[in-house]
Design a protein around this ligand. Sequence first.
Ligand code: NAD
Length: 375
Amino acid sequence: MALRIAVLKERAPGEDRVALTPETAKKFAALGATVAVEEGAGLGAAITDEAYREAGAEVVSGPKAVEGADIVLGVQAPDVAALSGAKQGAWVAATFDPFRNGDTVEAYAKAGLEALSMEFMPRITRAQSMDVLSSQSNLAGYKAVLTAANQYGRAFPMMMTAAGTVQAAKVFVMGVGVAGLQAIATARRLGAQVSATDVRSATKEQIQSLGAKPIFVEHVEGIEGEGSGGYASEMSEEYRNAQAELVSGHIAKQDIVITTALIPGKPAPRLISDAQIASMKPGSVIFDLAVAQGGNVEGSKPDEVVEKHGVTIVGYSNTAGHLATDASALFARNLYNFLSAFWDKEAGKPVLDEEIGDAVRLTQGGKVVNERLAG
Ligand code: NAD
């Protein structure tokens, strides 16, 4: 029997992405798998049922798609109730947000499913093409700048017109990971004057190479080099105070601020206080990319436009979802790259190794097995 891969329509509110595209459906079929998709699963990403059928997938009801599935793919992990027809021990490869969704992880364990959390993909070279955080953050960084530009009542580039000169906008990017780098590049392309900051000093050169100005705390130690997997950790109180002071001086002169700072497994660090917002010029715009993780900006609210002291604060709960077609294409390729890299031709299915398998596997044999979730 061919391995059966099933894909459901996403159920989370506002989730327009889909974990499979006709392109990856074809590729899975070429590996010998049967692919089944729930009717309408791709519509939010502008993919019709017909396009999936042409790619060789079955397009059926949700329960039918899952019936006898060996592997279920998702953007956000489906409810366990929707997976009751899957095979015993079936894999579910999706994002689980495991630190915040302990109950879901427990439910997967109880149901005997093997949850594979794509956010836990290790940051190693060979896993780069499988990394959904990178592929989605990159698009989110781009969309954040466009959204901020759209809210801003002025232009980004300097324009010399017969009626006089329009000044270039000043954009400040806080947090220079994957999203921040794309935000810098996008703001530069739109003609803004860009500056940026991070706690990891390794980002200084990256900021400069994109033509932006680095703004760094110099007299207190930040994080040298890349640390564990390139992620930031929580900073000392001394550092946070020095950062707040530096930011206060800089932020008052900015038109647009994009915040992207995240710390895995922790609420997002608070980077901008109400008092700092009050110091900004009226008409300025802040986009808080971390709003769904608790927010970098005091008072930001997911999917709401907040006005404070004449400053507009915006942030989406699912920024990449606002570019659902491209986000789906990249997400689906990440999943295909992951499963195909481990494809065992004789077994006709993927067999994971320890380095990546143990990193992403949350549940197995009825138990929660991931080290990062222990204790
Ligand atoms: P992230 O989304 O976890 O965080 C975003 C940024 O916020 C990071 O640069 C972080 O240092 C910064 N930050 C955290 N606290 C801050 C604070 N208090 N003030 C200012 N900035 C703060 O990070 P990310 O985008 O996932 O990427 C982090 C690094 O990992 C990057 O260097 C990236 O290139 C690397 N990476 C490597 C791989 C791989 O090798 N497979 C994959 C993805 C990312």
